[in-house]
Ligand binder design. Structure first.
Ligand code: SF4
Ligand code: SF4
Ligand code: SF4
Length: 290
């Protein structure tokens, strides 16, 4: 086929948009694995009051996942400033007037993840064990997960010829072997611990009760945003650590009410239209029917 008529071009685009619209309509809003009890999910508890900023956890993540170092201007130190396609976790420093705190950032592995609900092709999925997994073979590169995530976690490999989305995997490849995460295994102070979500909540509640003056009396992620598998304790307000203030309602439910849930369809429609246009250009352009 060397050319395509305008009418056929419009048909291709129309079919793409119609298909994508139906994808949006039939898609379930809730992304929680149907049979799982969130307290049985694996997860991590990060206690900012115990973190000394040693970066043993971030180095363990690099080594286990074989990601590239992001060197500072001296070229001597691996010192990323933000999450990136290569940096799936990092330690940041909050400096207040009266108090400082380290904070570890990575995917929160939400109980009902907005990225999963937003993905129009189920490239992101909530596994029965708890990790939110990503399948690059399904991904169409629409990057809607980056838009929907309330924690701004997923990143895109902009420099690669065939880019994919990246983020912390909650070491799902180790979970399959009965191990905990590489980062929690390496933490020398007990600031980062691994376990079942329900057990981690019990441990967090114990710490809050045992030393009430040490902590803000809240377990971030127990309920926030519908709950997360990575939870936080802190001695400074959580918003100062860059953790968003969210209602207890799962973020996908809010998106459904506001109509955001239909946006993936629009994006897929656009993607299909672009794909059609690419085919046409490759095959010699439009033919004038009139
Ligand atoms: S933190 Fe973002 S990327 Fe991770 S599971 Fe939640 S919505 Fe998805
Ligand atoms: S859970 Fe695994 S992938 Fe996630 S930050 Fe820790 S080491 Fe990295
Ligand atoms: S290994 Fe533990 S103490 Fe060191 S930076 Fe990571 S969480 Fe903090």
């Amino acid at each position: 086929m060397s050319t395509m008529s305008r009418r056929n071009f419009l048909k291709v685009v129309g079919v793409g948009i119609a298909a994508s619209a139906s994808l949006s309509v039939v898609k379930s809003v809730s992304a929680t694995a149907a049979t799982a009890d969130p307290n049985d999910y694996v997860g991590m508890l990060y206690d900012a009051t115990k973190c000394v900023g040693c970066n043993a956890c971030t180095n363990a993540c690099r080594q286990w996942n074989n990601t590239n170092a992001e060197l500072d201007p001296t070229g001597l130190y691996d010192a990323p400033l933000e999450l990136s396609a290569d940096t799936w976790t990092l330690i940041q420093l909050y400096q207040g007037q009266d108090e400082n705190s380290f904070v570890k950032r990575q995917c929160m592995h939400c109980v009902d993840p907005a990225c999963v609900s937003g993905c129009p092709v189920q490239a992101l999925q909530k596994s029965a064990e708890g990790p939110v997994t990503y399948d690059p073979k399904r991904c169409i590169g629409c990057r809607y997960c980056m838009y929907t995530c309330p924690y701004h976690v997923p990143r895109f490999q902009w420099k690669e010829v065939i880019p994919v989305v990246t983020k912390c995997t909650l070491c799902v490849d180790r979970v399959a072997d009965g191990k905990g995460s590489a980062c929690a295994e390496r933490c020398p102070t007990g600031a980062l611990i691994w376990g079942k979500r329900g057990e981690l909540i019990v441990e967090a509640e114990k710490r809050l009760a045992d030393e009430p003056k040490r902590y803000v009396q809240h377990i971030y992620g127990k309920e926030d945003g519908g709950g997360t598998s990575v939870m936080y304790l802190s001695h400074v307000p959580f918003d100062k650590l860059g953790l968003p203030t969210l209602k207890d309602e799962p973020v996908p439910h809010i998106s459904e009410r506001t109509g955001d849930i239909f946006l993936p369809g629009i994006i897929v429609g656009g993607t299909v239209a672009l794909a059609a246009a690419r085919v046409i250009v490759k095959n010699g352009g439009l033919e004038n029917e009139s």
